[in-house]
Design a protein around this ligand. Structure first.
Ligand code: 9MR
Ligand code: 9MR
Ligand code: ZN
Length: 555
């Protein structure tokens, strides 16, 4: 009798359960380790080594807490004492087992590779293949015809514009969104150069003088530079007039158009300032590998700066008549201007740029704050950090920024610990692309950790990453091909059109979007290709994912 009961319990215990949520990639040996249980169970959870089924930790199941973001009743399972590398799973009697996960120093190397190589898969204007890892994903050169100047650009005729990354699930290329994306990736490289310099990403450029990651980023930087007019200003975007259907990139034969905002000087302030900022970063990262390119970046940045000084804000509002692609309109480019000044100062040390920064940064008080993550229209954090990291920066300004960054990190870390899923979002922040808000908060913690190392900053960033990689109400990794159960149907045209069941790898989808509703906002996600508001990928969402993974790559 007892024996039958016991066998029955053991059998049930073998079922995989969505009610035991772990990071599907795993945990670093040195970090705190939590699983979230959403079943009504008490007593102990057992962590078993998959290799020999040996119980390695018996962890007490925590008290239930109701998570307002999902409506789930969540119990924490703390198995931080587990430090030995291996493959494990969590088991709870009467509930089942979690997905297998790893503990190890190199667990983020593969997710990093996929997330970074997703940019290769977004390349425009060249034949693309994700071989050797994923040779089945490929397309021929797309959007090769010269782009046509749209009436809103103030010019006529055509210009060679091939290159750049497709923005997202659509094939448009937008300077504003390219700004934060390229900037974040260059930062990831700059801060982690020792680890990333010799990393082979198997790109067409691999084996050349330029480190692979810089080579990939250059693909987009080159395109951005082409979006600069002779007077130094940058147009807003280069897209077809409307979004194409669900076809492969090379099947999209509609002409691409260079689009401005339709009123003199036609170029757009936010786009120009973003271009200046990333070109300035490029000018300090590429000289050792391609001096001519670095000089070109610097010249573009300086010319763009001159345009910014000479022109009042000229913002992109609504799309001009006949244009239906993404908006990326920003009515306040003061943060982009500040970022441009900061990056130029960090690169050149010239007085003009520190003067501009010091005269303008006090508009933001505090300079960095815990409820304001960076995003495509919000570059102020990048501006502040860049200035604080610059040689020759004004001491008191730099100190203020560091102090504010730590205070912001304290607030973010406190939110994470208080959240039953240990993640940083407030109820109001489950908007379009909320997964990137999570990643950008994690980035804020990691930058703060560079100013002053604190275990709670690092653990908080990792907790945020674990949420993205499956430790969430859906027990699903939001990054394709990363983990065990991941988003299968991103709103990504190549994934939908290529007749392959599985999507392209390494793409982070937008995630829960509650459209302003505050009731269970974290539940507002579906793994459906039609839902571009929930399940699209985008380069500006993949970039902070790359950043946080790069920070945690072990040498
Ligand atoms: O596919 C488009 C996606 O990339 C954009 O993010 C989204 C919002 O701008 O728009 C999608 O395109 C849709 C269009 O706006 C309306 N018709 C259906 C399109 C999706 O199939
Ligand atoms: O990421 C953008 C989000 O912040 C906006 O709310 C949304 C609607 O304007 O657009 C998102 O960006 C999309 C862009 O307009 C077109 N390419 C796909 C982007 C991600 O969905
Ligand atoms: Zn293309």
């Amino acid at each position: 009798m007892t024996l039958t009961l016991l066998t029955g319990v053991l059998l049930i215990a073998m079922q995989a359960s969505d009610q035991i949520k772990v990071c599907q990639v795993g945990y670093l040996p040195s970090e705190s380790k939590f699983a979230m249980l959403t079943a009504d169970a008490t007593g102990n959870a057992v962590i078993r080594r998959v290799l020999d089924n040996r119980s390695v930790v018996v962890a007490k199941i925590g008290e239930p807490t109701v998570d307002a973001s999902s409506g789930d009743t969540v119990r924490l399972i703390d198995f931080s004492s587990l430090k030995e590398p291996g493959v494990y799973r969590v088991e709870v009697e009467g509930v089942g087992k979690s997905f297998d996960f790893r503990v190890g120093e190199q667990i983020f190397a593969y997710p990093f590779r996929l997330a970074m190589r997703s940019f290769l898969g977004q390349r425009c204007g060249t034949a693309v293949s994700l071989a050797p890892d994923f040779p089945q994903y490929h397309y021929d050169a797309c959007h090769m015809a010269p782009a046509q100047f749209h009436a809103s650009s103030g010019k006529t005729g055509t210009k060679d514009m091939h290159g750049g990354w497709h923005d997202a699930g659509d094939f448009g290329k937008y300077v504003v969104n390219s700004g934060i994306t390229t900037g974040t990736l260059l930062w990831a490289y700059e801060l982690n150069e020792k680890k990333l310099k010799n990393l082979n990403l198997d790109l067409p450029e691999s084996g050349g003088k330029t480190p692979d990651m810089l080579a990939e980023i250059r693909w987009n930087l080159d395109w951005m530079l082409k979006m600069q007019d002779d007077d130094g200003g940058a147009w807003h975007k280069e897209t077809t007039a409307n979004f194409p259907g669900f076809i492969m990139p090379d099947e999209d034969k509609s002409p691409t158009l260079i689009i401005g905002n339709g009123q003199a000087p036609f170029k757009v302030t936010a786009a120009t300032a973003d271009l200046v900022a990333v070109a300035a970063i490029g000018a300090r990262l590429y000289p050792n590998y391609d001096r001519a390119f670095a000089n070109k970046c610097l010249a573009a940045a300086e010319k763009g700066w001159t345009w910014l000084q000479a022109n009042k804000d000229n913002n992109y509002g609504r799309n001009p008549a006949g244009i239906g692609t993404g908006g990326y309109g920003d009515s306040n480019p003061s943060d982009e201007r500040l970022w441009a000044a900061a990056e130029l100062f960090r690169t050149t040390g010239h007085k003009e740029f520190t003067d501009y920064f010091l005269a303008n940064y006090t508009k933001w008080k505090p300079t960095v704050q815990g409820d304001a993550a960076q995003g495509w229209p919000e570059l102020r954090n990048m501006a502040m950090w860049s200035y604080a990291m610059a040689k020759g920066a004004n001491r008191s300004a730099a100190n203020q920024i560091k102090t504010d960054s730590l205070k912001a990190a304290d607030a973010i870390a406190a939110r994470i610990v208080a959240h039953p899923y240990r993640m940083p979002l407030q109820q109001t922040e489950y908007y379009w692309g909320s997964n990137a808000v999570v990643a950008n908060y994690a980035m804020m913690l990691q930058i703060a950790n560079r100013f002053k190392p604190e275990v709670r900053y690092r653990d908080g960033a990792l907790d945020s990453l674990h949420y993205l990689l499956g430790r969430n109400t859906f027990n699903t990794s939001f990054v394709t091909h990363v983990g065990t159960k991941w988003a299968m149907n991103p709103h990504h045209r190549p994934s939908a059109a290529d007749k392959i069941e599985q999507p392209w790898p390494g793409l982070i989808v937008g995630g829960p979007n509650s459209s302003g509703k505050l009731d269970k906002p974290a539940r507002q996600w579906k793994d459906e290709a039609a839902r571009y508001d929930l399940n699209e990928n985008a380069i500006n969402w993949n970039a902070p994912l790359v950043f946080i993974l790069a920070e945690e790559l072990q040498p």
